[in-house]
Design a protein around this ligand. Structure first.
Ligand code: FES
Length: 166
């Protein structure tokens, strides 16, 4: 990874945007990468904007990979004000925003964010989206691992991305 990208990732990690659960989310997407073990969950809340249903805010939780966290931080800012269709039309390089081009070994990190976005915004997934976060006791931990272990019984859907081509 080049020094410029490392610096930008460090800056994004120093002040990550939109980190954490969103109890009143309209939609939730969770993806995992079976290669590296990284998981990422995205919460999305919509609002009405002059008759259009647009993304009001999005938050995320992740663990493990700094690049995925940096991309998720940027992507959750970039999709604000977009319709679900507009957000779904964004490619991984769009979601990475100011990070610039990612090296081949890190592209799957951005794809993890894209996958979570698709999982949250795809109409098929929206109808199947669980609402367990809202029912989780407020006293429990707020990390993704805690949340996932509580939701095992609720049938939460985790989409595992296909292994990256090597
Ligand atoms: Fe796998 Fe970043 S190393 S998501």
């Amino acid at each position: 990874m080049n020094a410029d990208l490392e610096k930008k990732i460090r800056e994004a990690l120093a002040n990550p945007k939109n980190l954490g659960e969103m109890p009143d989310a309209d939609s939730i997407g969770t993806v995992g990468n079976s290669d590296c073990g990284e998981m990422l969950r995205l919460w999305v809340k919509f609002k009405d904007d002059k008759g259009k249903r647009v993304i009001d805010k999005a938050t995320f939780q992740s663990f493990g990979c700094e690049t995925a966290i940096a991309v998720a931080s940027m992507a959750t800012e970039l999709i604000k004000g977009k319709t679900a269709e507009e957000a779904l039309a964004m490619k991984t390089e769009d979601l990475s925003g100011g990070l610039g081009p990612l090296p081949p070994m890190k592209i799957h990190c951005a794809e993890l964010v894209e996958g979570a976005l698709r999982s949250a915004l795809d109409p098929v997934n929206q109808t199947a989206a669980p609402a367990p976060v809202a029912t989780a006791p407020a006293t429990t931990g707020t990390n993704l691992i805690d949340s996932l272990s509580q939701e095992k019984k609720s049938g939460v859907k985790i989409t595992f991305l296909p292994p990256a081509a090597k």
